[in-house]
Design a protein around this ligand. Structure first.
Ligand code: ZN
Length: 258
């Protein structure tokens, strides 16, 4: 493991890159004028990360290119992109917890863990990922996909929604599918998870089986449309960076083998 941390420069809400020999790479210039820096730990990445936030009130360093976290997926290996997402979430958390949410006192950042401590009332505020379930509902070689209004034209994806207080993940899967499409599911099986730093979700993926009644009652407050798709007529799908696409690909792969 390298001892020098990988540095993530963030200005505004963009990551800084620079031109390398073979395309863009993370900006690695001087860190003068940094407003905030924080060690990000090792994670499962190949090397430790460091977040360096620059002011967006001054011009960006010469020669650098500013790219959104979504856009950065095309320029970084996946593990490094995940680490960049961690940097972005830690910076958001730091900005949003400068004052105590209970008594309003200025907080003090802790360095032995990610926590902002209120010196007056003792409240500790931690970065909190927000759990959301995402599920491939299937029956035989058919999969239930929906589209929300902000999707690119023609694109459909797996259903998803935030977990509510007091719910198990399985409850959340059943409730979300029923609320969005009127379909009752069972046979819920865990698939995998993915940090989704837009801004701070943790997507928890499942497969679920539809019951006998497959008539969709699409809830138009949540979705523009929802349909059953078979293997040979899949619509346009989300990109490879999302767990939604991995769920759909896993469904396709299992059914192709049959
Ligand atoms: Zn307080």
């Amino acid at each position: 493991m390298s001892t020098k941390p990988r540095r993530f420069f963030i200005r505004g809400h963009k990551l800084l890159f620079q031109q390398g020999d073979s395309g863009l790479r993370l900006y690695d210039g001087p860190d003068t004028g940094a407003l905030y820096r924080r060690d990000l730990g090792d994670l499962e990445a190949d090397c430790a990360g460091e977040l360096i936030a620059l002011s967006d009130q001054t011009p960006p360093p010469a020669g650098c290119v500013e790219i959104s976290l979504r856009g950065a997926f095309a320029h970084l290996p996946e593990l490094v992109w995940v680490q960049a997402g961690r940097a972005m979430q830690i910076l958001d958390w730091h900005h949003q917890h400068r004052y105590c949410g209970r008594c309003g006192e200025k907080t003090v950042e802790q360095h032995e863990e990610f926590a902002m401590l209120c010196p007056s009332c003792g409240l500790r505020s931690y970065p909190r990922p927000t759990p959301a379930v995402i599920m491939a509902v299937t029956v035989g070689d058919q999969i239930l996909l929906g589209r929300s209004r902000h999707f690119p034209e023609g694109m459909y994806s797996t259903l998803a929604g935030f977990v509510e207080p007091g719910e198990t993940l399985e409850n959340a899967v059943r409730r979300e599918v029923f609320e969005e499409t009127g379909i009752i599911v069972s046979g819920i099986r865990y698939f995998g998870s993915q940090p989704w730093p837009f801004p701070n979700s943790l997507m928890i993926g499942f497969f679920a089986e539809a019951g006998r009644n497959r008539v969709i009652h699409c809830n138009n407050r949540e979705l523009e449309d929802a349909c059953w798709f078979s293997l040979d007529n899949l619509p346009s799908l989300p990109g490879q960076m999302s767990i939604a696409r991995r769920l759909i690909d896993a469904f396709v792969s299992v059914n192709r083998k049959k």
